[in-house]
Design a protein around this ligand. Structure first.
Ligand code: SF4
Length: 316
């Protein structure tokens, strides 16, 4: 985990600069000091919600209290990661043989699900005191096991090639009218499997609700991960066993019992690159567009700082 330097400006503003010399709260004056824009899947996809909110969150960070869905989401993510680690001890060939013969192997797989004690022991410090939502956790894991059972019957290699792959890289991005802009990219890919054609299948686990309206943004997220793999250090990819072409991507919404696996879509990759350039332009212009969706503002913690709702001088 990179160390972070905090710079306090005025009463409220708190800017993080990471050890690699990048910041989500980048301004053109930081650029003059050699600091570069930092970009993640979350900052990139924030444009689909509100770019102004993303900028405010990084400039005026607020303590985010622990809420059930965040802790549960972490527990399910960790649970599945540990499940795959535990599964390495299983007789995979035998499980595959049973699954292909039509047997329900979900009860065999359940043995490898980490229990409450293992999950709580592996929580981040700030989550440790939170209650363990065993009903929600096990329900999510049950749905995941149904999916795993289906995969064992059809996948050549059911175990992931890599789990929780953290990628960090610096790359210059050509932005028309602005030149070549250095950007620090970061991201963690939940899972990388072998695709049916021998290429890589990038896979994301979500614990929220699925809606068909999320399709375009999910494809953009996956296109971002593909971009990270394609620009990562080849030696690191080789070490992780994922030095191959990305041919597929997919996602699993455990609580919605929904999954998608599909071939990569170049139109989504082009859309992701356009969004990336639009976000870089916002940083360079130091202007982050507020959303036009007033409904979104109703849920926003930053309304009091938002220029969209600023009281014009003289009206106060
Ligand atoms: S109040 Fe609305 S426009 Fe302003 S930051 Fe929040 S979501 Fe964006």
């Amino acid at each position: 985990m990179p160390r972070i330097k905090h710079i306090e400006i005025g009463v409220l503003m708190m800017i993080k600069i990471y050890d690699d010399g990048s910041s989500y709260a980048w301004t053109p004056s930081m650029g003059e000091k050699g600091i570069v824009i930092r970009m993640s899947k979350s900052t990139l996809t924030s444009l689909g919600w509100c770019a102004q909110q993303m900028w405010l969150q990084h400039n005026y960070p607020k303590e985010q209290g622990l809420v059930k869905h965040l802790v549960l989401g972490d527990d399910v993510h960790n649970g599945l990661e540990m499940f795959y680690d535990n599964l390495e001890k299983a007789d995979i060939d035998e499980l595959q043989r049973l699954a292909k013969s039509g047997a329900d192997i979900s009860k065999n797989l359940r043995k490898y699900i980490p229990n409450e004690e293992e999950i709580v022991n592996n929580r981040r410090d700030e989550n440790k005191e939170f209650p363990f939502y065993d009903e929600d956790y096990y329900r999510n894991m049950e749905w995941l096991m149904a999916y795993e059972t289906a995969r064992f019957a059809i996948d050549k290699t059911p175990l992931p090639l890599a789990n929780e792959v953290r990628l960090e890289l610096k790359k210059e991005i050509e932005v028309p009218g602005y030149g070549s802009i250095p950007v620090q990219f970061v991201g963690i890919i939940d899972r990388v499997f072998e695709a049916e054609d021998g290429g890589l299948l990038l896979f994301e686990l979500k614990t929220g609700k699925w809606s068909h309206y999320k399709l375009a943004s999910m494809r953009k997220e996956m296109a971002y991960y593909k971009f990270l793999i394609e620009n990562a250090d080849p030696a690191y990819l080789k070490e992780k066993g994922i030095d191959r072409t990305v041919t597929h991507w997919g996602w699993r919404y455990s609580a919605a019992d929904h999954w998608t696996i599909e071939e990569i879509k170049s139109v989504s990759e082009r859309g992701m690159m356009k969004t990336m350039r639009d976000l870089i332009k916002m940083y360079l212009d130091n202007h982050f567009k507020p959303t036009t969706n007033d409904m979104a503002c109703g849920y926003c913690d930053y309304i009091e700082l938002c220029p969209k709702y600023a009281i014009p001088m003289g009206d106060a």
